[in-house]
Design a protein around this ligand. Sequence first.
Ligand code: C5P
Length: 236
Amino acid sequence: MARFANPIAAALDTSDLAQALKLAQSLKNDVGLFKLGMEFFFANGATGYAAVARHGAPIFLDLKLHDIPNTVVQALNSLMMLEPRPAIVNVHASGGQDMMEAAKAAIAGRTLLIAVTVLTSLADEDLKSIGFSETIDCSGHSLALARLAKAAGLDGVVCSALDVATIKRELGADFLTVVPGVRPRAASTGDQKRVATPYEARRAGADILVIGRPITRAPDPRAAARTIAKEIADAG
Ligand code: C5P
């Protein structure tokens, strides 16, 4: 993918700043981005964010904003004051088209804006249990939300590897697909349900692979990142 030479976004999911900095230091040359999410940001804020960003990799700030348009716009205005500016920020597509359009206007091209479709920790039966109709499955819902995100002018989506090929075919190769739920064959799935290996995700056309525990909880995170990078390179 042209925008990020190395497609691995390492999810530094910890509330402990020292631990995040240690990971950032050891991974900075072997991943394309650092992903900071709620766990890190709520504990460490803008100061912790800046300390991680100083290690040089672009930051995907994964706060998954989901609120009314005005609140999302004001939250994004605050995030755009971060130094350095995040490379990618995101909202939930299920916040609706008006919210996504407002978000895009607030960002004004200063960073990539993507939308979360269906969380990779949800499977078809989970969608039904939260009130979706029997006829909607994760892939169908994910495509519908991706269409909405594209219509709102967003740069891409967060989706399962299982949905990448359809989203690329329907919405175009340039529409960014950022894929969590990536598990090397030997790794445990944990709470993720719709998973794929790094090789499978890349073969399907994923632009960025978000990988947390298989790297951060490995005995040697840097070696784990390198092994995954090699597996991805083999996928072409
Ligand atoms: O440890 P693991 O590889 O499962 O981490 C995946 C990361 O991707 C977590 O930080 C999680 O918040 C994030 N994520 C996800 N599913 C989504 C969007 C983001 O797992 N749909």
